[in-house]
Design a protein around this ligand. Structure first.
Ligand code: ZN
Ligand code: FE
Length: 239
């Protein structure tokens, strides 16, 4: 199984440290270097790789600091590569990224940015979604259209229920409140809102989530048509 450590960075970002059973290590979305290096040193892990889900600064700004210290190879999405200063390799749809004996399938998920990708570790049932899918939410459409994002969410919806979702931000409380107002009759959403309020009161993380929970409570992921999705997205943008 893949070992996964979460490092809270910046305001509300999560950076992830991954380690395969045969000892290969990767850092995913280091938006800044110092707290990530601290966490690596505490664990005694040396990152062979740095992985990015998309080009935004809060996911890539630590690339150089970590590479300078450890000599890690940086992998970035093909479509966003021209906007990322420091990288060594590109990844595209259906590529397989090998972290020792763990394999991640690359899923192209345009919408938030045109090049955004998710990393799907099939054997360990872990999906790293960056700012495409959040717990009870999805990323804003900075570059892509509603059609793009709807298509990306459909790809994620097709993955198995027991996949764990590791997203780029702790946005769950605000998202849960929005989902709850939008679908007050949905008992799964109302229950999850209560759970999330409880966790956040104690300053606990709400991540990882599971796809089974998202398929029942994430109204963006649950949208059945592009039009429905576009309506929810624009309502949220105005809220
Ligand atoms: Zn972003
Ligand atoms: Fe972000």
């Amino acid at each position: 199984m893949l070992q996964i450590e979460m490092v809270p960075i910046l305001e509300d970002n999560y950076c992830y440290l991954l380690r395969s059973e045969d000892g290969k290590c990767a850092v995913l979305d280091p938006g800044e270097a110092p707290p990530v290096i601290d966490a690596l040193e505490k664990l005694g892990w040396t990152p062979d790789y740095i992985l990015n889900t998309h080009h935004h600064w809060d996911h890539v700004n630590g690339n150089k600091g970590i590479k300078d210290k450890y000599g890690s190879q940086i992998f970035v999405p093909e479509g966003d590569a021209h906007k990322i200063k420091h990288y060594d390799h590109i990844l595209r749809e259906a590529d397989i990224f090998e972290l020792g004996n763990e394999k991640a399938k690359i899923i192209a998920t345009p919408g938030h940015t045109m090049g955004a990708i998710c990393y799907y570790f099939e054997k360990s049932k872990a999906l790293f979604t960056g700012d495409t899918l959040f717990a009870m939410g999805c990323g804003r459409l900075f570059e892509g259209s509603a059609e793009d994002m709807f298509g990306s969410l459909q790809k994620i919806f097709a993955l198995p229920d027991d996949v764990k979702v590791y997203c780029g931000h702790e946005y769950t409380l605000g998202n849960a409140q929005f989902c709850s107002t939008y679908a007050p009759e949905n008992i799964h959403i109302q229950k999850r809102l209560k759970d999330v309020i409880g966790l956040r009161k104690e300053n606990k993380k709400t991540i990882p989530s599971t796809l089974s929970l998202e398929k029942k409570t994430n109204i963006f992921l649950m949208a059945k048509t592009v039009e429905e999705f576009a309506g929810i997205r624009s309502t949220k943008d105005r809220s």
